[in-house]
Write a protein that binds this ligand. Structure first.
Ligand code: IPM
Ligand code: MG
Length: 370
């Protein structure tokens, strides 16, 4: 069995607390013959800034380039509100995405039946929901140049961000969406603002061309991103795979997260191009939730998104779909037993902390494999 090399970057806030549950899961899997996982650890975000004045250092970047998969916690917090823009905690995350070429961000939004009542929407709108948002992750306004604030000298300043997309970037992200749809319900909805933005016009055109050339068997729909946001809360089950740009994907995936009951439930995978020779790709796995500084250190954070992100690593980086299924089933079983962290608590359920939820998932894995 090959040894899988992980780099764990826990980050700030609740990052280390939820990452601790991944470590315990990894130890359990190693002990139960479910793979040989080795891990190294590093600093990212505010904790890296505190240690060496940068949001991520070169040594950690080199480790990220060399490992089989990065498992990422969360970065940021009010403690670093005043640090210079270039070294703010988020810069570490953005550098990882950009330098590793992780252009495809896969954000599944699955509503576990046990959690349908934790959503702010009515049960029948979200119960059994299973959709995926494919967010372009290395282009658009996040990275476009110029990106400046200029003093105009008359008491005014001017801020510029640049939204830019090339054909190849839209082609490769739409391929990811179409290929994934073929393994699911065969439908892709592309979201942009072609009524206002040139990047939206090109996005729409290129997605249609890729569809006509390579994926005629997949149903393709287009929605303007604002209308798409509205449809996501009106009737989310109309979607299968949504493909959209970096900024719209950031916003729409937070909306999708709340459909599932809590931001604490959503995992994600960020993937690079497949290397034709080695059949491997760079990858990073992270929960969609942030560092939640308000609850950090209290042991109450929900570790499910972090654990489910590790399950995505098993599926996408290590070809271990069986073990990924097992983790997901164990999560569902723990929820079915009525265990809830504070973010998903509901009447009649048992309130548990981070560690207990991690314990429960491992206990269910024990039971499912007994
Ligand atoms: C996300 C986050 C990040 C983003 C932040 C932390 C930079 O919101 O992964 O959705 O905006 O991409
Ligand atoms: Mg976000």
């Amino acid at each position: 069995m090959p040894t899988h090399k992980l780099l764990l970057l826990a980050g700030d806030g609740i990052g280390p607390e939820v990452m601790a549950e991944v470590k315990r899961l990894v130890a359990w899997m190693n002990a139960h013959g479910m793979g040989t996982f080795e891990y190294d650890e590093g600093l990212v975000g505010g904790s890296a800034y505190d240690a060496h004045g940068k949001a991520i250092d070169e040594a950690t970047m080199a480790k990220a380039q060399a490992c089989d998969a990065v498992i990422f916690g969360a970065v940021g917090g009010p403690k670093w509100d005043k640090v210079p823009y270039d070294v703010r905690p988020e810069a570490g995350l953005l550098r990882l995405r950009k330098d590793l070429g992780l252009f495809a961000n896969i954000r599944p939004a699955i509503c576990y039946p046990a959690l349908a009542d934790a959503s702010s929407l009515k049960r029948d709108v979200v119960d059994g929901l299973d959709i995926v948002i494919i967010r372009e992750l290395t282009g658009g306004v996040y990275f476009g140049e110029p990106k400046t604030i200029t003093d105009l000298g008359n008491g005014q300043k001017r801020a510029v961000d640049t939204q830019v997309y090339d054909t190849y970037e839209i082609e490769r992200i739409s391929r990811v969406a179409f290929e994934l749809a073929r393994k699911r319900n065969n439908k892709v909805t592309s979201m942009e603002k072609r009524n206002v933005m040139k990047t939206g016009v090109l996005w729409n055109e290129v997605v249609q061309q890729v569809h006509a050339r390579e994926f005629k068997d997949v149903t393709l729909e287009h929605q303007l991103a604002d209308a798409g946001g509205m449809q996501l809360v009106r009737w989310p089950k109309q979607f299968d795979v949504i493909v959209t740009d970096n900024l719209f994907g950031d916003m729409l995936s937070d909306v999708a997260a709340m459909l599932t009951g809590s931001l604490g439930m959503l995992p994600s995978a960020s993937l690079g191009e497949m290397d034709a020779k080695t059949r491997t790709r760079k990858a990073m796995y992270e929960p969609v939730h942030g560092s939640a500084p308000d609850i950090a250190g209290n042991g109450v954070a929900n570790p499910i998104a972090m654990i489910a992100s590790f399950a995505m690593a098993l599926r996408y980086s290590f070809d271990r779909g069986k073990e990924a299924d097992l983790i997901e089933k164990a999560i569902a079983a723990a929820l079915d037993k009525g265990l809830r962290t504070a973010d998903i608590k509901s009447e009649g359920c048992k309130l548990v902390g981070t560690r207990e939820m991690g314990d429960a998932v491992i206990a269910e894995m024990e039971r499912l494999t007994a």
